[in-house]
Design a protein around this ligand. Structure first.
Ligand SMILES: [Mn+2]
Length: 460
């Protein structure tokens, strides 16, 4: 937990930004996997943690801007609870550590909101992502379930995004701690993966390192020899000499700040010559994109720049032909790079994604794209100092997509389908680092993690 002053200051800033109304914060609950008491690891809501710091289930909070009152709602442990959990710091004392003196029983939350509705106060709430939150809002506000996401408060979202997007020094230190644990996970992957080992064996070892780092993984480990499948998780499948293994894994700290890194390595000791050529294309696109990350630049333009580098590289391999600027304008890159160059990162690995990609990644003056490829770019807005973003270009040879585009002879002026056919089983490559945008440019966060071909082969 940060100091009391951090949380007091954050809530004060939020009150000033909002001006009036009642702000609802729904904390998360334990969630049963197969019965109520056998639970998924508990994860607090990130906005709740940001403003209240209390990483425990069954809490709600209200910031009543109109009467300048901040209240935590939750119940103290009973003797029945303590039999199972042992004694814990009282909720009253925990609230005191984040600068809140007003603690009321859980059931008083409903009464408080009911009274506010009757008095005509404006109630602001965030879009729910858990069914329990939807049901709680339904009970509190008397709204039909399908109506709830559309009635979430855009002003409340904007105010929170305008704070959480800019990481303070103490937050950057915490993120860097997460990235360093993530680096250790990747070093283990790069040193220890061997032919015959299953994807799951290695993924389990990486998760153990994340937990030993004090927190957990910040998302389920992606570790696969089918790197072209963007979000496939590790399988009970032995990896083999000659294949590429893609690992997208990160840790979150005990305070729930995240790391998110990707490396792609040969399962054997060395890349094949064609793997080397493709790897080098992605690496150059990534380094070019990192160089371009600085305040005042649209991230969407950096996405286009990285895409152009990928296209030029593929032209060099004879897979593409013609003018690559024109190819970029025609979205040829989406045959190989179907997703976005990166996203914001903080307490969520895709930071604040539950608040909506438009307001988080694009803001009010820029419209998120809807076309294939562009619709998956989560971040497009102008970069500013204090943002933490990922830069993660890749090349993905997806047989289904290649077949479909080829059957339609799509963009055949640019694509040499005969040559491309040779790569249909190539799989995929991604390289990802985490950056802090500074006043003058950027800083790659964390301890160095090898990514050139010679550095990687030296570790194998
Ligand atoms: Mn990422």
């Amino acid at each position: 937990m940060f100091s009391k002053q951090t949380y007091i200051h954050r809530r004060q800033t939020l009150k000033e930004k909002m001006g009036n109304g009642l702000l609802l914060f729904l904390g998360n609950e334990d969630s049963g996997m197969n019965y109520r008491d056998n639970i998924y690891p508990f994860r607090q809501d990130s906005s709740f943690l940001y403003f209240f710091g209390l990483d425990a289930p069954n809490l709600n909070a209200i910031v009543d801007v109109d009467s300048d009152l901040t209240i935590i709602f939750g119940d103290e442990l009973t003797l029945d609870d303590i039999v199972w959990t042992g004694p814990k710091t009282s909720l009253q004392d925990q609230a005191g550590e984040v600068g809140i003196s007003e603690v009321r029983p859980a059931r008083a939350f409903y009464k408080y909101v009911e009274k506010a509705i009757h008095s005509g106060q404006t109630i602001h709430f965030l879009p729910p992502y858990r069914a329990e939150h939807t049901l709680r809002l339904q009970a509190l506000l008397g709204m039909a379930v399908p109506e709830i996401p559309t009635r979430a408060s855009a002003d409340f979202i904007r105010a929170i995004v305008s704070m959480r997007a800019y990481k303070s020094e103490e937050e950057v230190a915490e993120i860097e701690k997460a990235v360093n644990t993530s680096v250790d996970m990747h070093l283990h992957f790069m040193r220890e993966l061997r032919p015959g080992m299953t994807e799951l064996t290695m993924a389990g070892q990486l998760q153990a390192l994340a937990i030993a780092g004090g927190g957990n993984v910040s998302y389920p480990v992606i570790l696969t020899v089918n790197g072209e499948i963007l979000h496939t998780h590790a399988r009970d499948l032995p990896v083999q000499e000659g294949q590429l293994a893609l690992c997208d894994a990160g840790a979150e700290t005990a305070m729930r700040y995240c790391g998110d890194l990707t490396r792609t390595i040969p399962v054997g000791k060395q890349f094949t010559s064609i793997q080397k050529e493709m790897y080098q294309i992605v690496l150059e696109a990534q380094m070019t994109a990192i160089q371009a990350c600085k305040p005042g630049v649209l991230f969407k333009d950096i996405h286009a720049l990285a895409s152009l580098k990928l296209l030029e590289g593929l032209k060099g391999q004879g897979i593409l032909k013609g003018d690559m600027q024109e190819a970029l304008a025609a979205d040829v890159h989406t045959l190989f790079f179907q997703c976005g160059l990166g996203h914001m990162m903080g307490m969520d690995v895709h930071d604040m994604e539950n608040l909506g990609e438009q307001l988080v990644g694009y803001g009010d003056n820029l419209q998120k794209g809807t076309a294939f490829g562009w619709k998956s770019l989560r971040l497009g807005r102008v970069l500013e100092p204090g943002f933490v973003v990922t830069v993660e270009p890749g090349l993905y040879f997806i047989p289904t997509q290649i077949d479909q585009w080829k059957a339609e002879n799509k963009l055949a002026a640019f694509v040499n389908y005969t040559e491309l056919e040779k790569y249909r089983d190539f799989s995929g490559i991604r390289i990802e680092d985490d950056l802090l945008i500074t006043e003058t440019g950027n800083r790659v966060l964390g301890k160095p993690l090898p990514k050139t071909i010679s550095e990687i082969e030296a570790l194998r």
